[in-house]
Design a protein around this ligand. Structure first.
Ligand code: Y43
Ligand code: MG
Length: 198
């Protein structure tokens, strides 16, 4: 069975990928298995960063890699925090600090004007250098107070109308049925199947 390195340090993303890709015969590893690898996420777009992550890992390991760069675009903030979502409240910000910064910036904005979307850009780089890029999106609203304990990142404040709950109130299966990451993964699936068979 071939290895696939998910080019992430985020345990929440990794858990979602493991579940979504469980039917593909690949041995899924991550940067937890390569603690020395640091990727500077200095791109101006999700795509640049997803490509940076996967290319760097292939360069350093020689193993095929899937990079995920994702984030939140909030309409009332003109699309911010966007590519800066992970460091919204500062370079080493925790999920809680980021959520608090977001809720503060949206203070006074009424519920119907709190539309947001999650964006996920995935980049698959094979060891022969071939590159595939796909996007997925999830529309929702930023609620006034965090709700739920599952998931990671901004999940407790992201309400999904099609689920009738926040992403942190959704099970892994429910989140994976609709999420930006799941939708991008569906589009990249055929390339992963082909790689697994190669
Ligand atoms: O499904 C999600 N549910 C909640 N929050 C999410 C989700 N997807 C992305 N996000 C947030 C987390 C982080 O604040 C930023 C991604 O930043 P991003 O650089 O892509 O990921 P990361 O730094 O956590 O891990 P890594 O770069 O090692 O893959 O957007
Ligand atoms: Mg990151």
């Amino acid at each position: 069975m071939l290895d696939l390195v998910i080019a992430t340090k985020n345990a929440g993303k990794l858990k979602e990928f493991r579940e979504m890709l469980s039917d593909i015969p690949l041995n899924i590893i991550s940067l937890q298995d390569f603690p020395g690898i640091e990727v500077e996420e200095n791109g101006d777009t999700f795509e640049e960063n997803a490509v940076l992550k996967a290319k760097r890992v292939v360069e350093l390991t020689g193993i095929a890699s899937l990079g995920d760069d994702s984030g939140l675009e909030v309409a009332a903030l003109g699309g911010r925090p966007g590519v800066h979502t992970a460091r919204f409240a500062g370079p080493r910000a925790s999920d809680l600090e980021n959520i608090n910064k977001l809720l503060n910036e949206l203070k006074g904005v009424p519920p119907e004007k709190r539309q947001a979307r999650f964006v996920c850009c995935l980049c698959l780089v094979l060891s022969d250098g071939r590159i595939f890029v796909e996007y997925g999106y999830l529309e929702g609203y930023i609620i006034l107070e965090p709700r739920g304990t599952m998931g990671f990142g901004y999940d407790p404040v992201f309400f999904v109308p099609e689920l009738g709950k926040t992403l942190a109130e959704a099970t892994l299966e429910e989140k994976n049925a609709v999420s930006h990451r799941a939708r991008a993964t569906e589009k990249i699936r055929k390339h992963l199947l082909q790689y697994a068979r190669s």
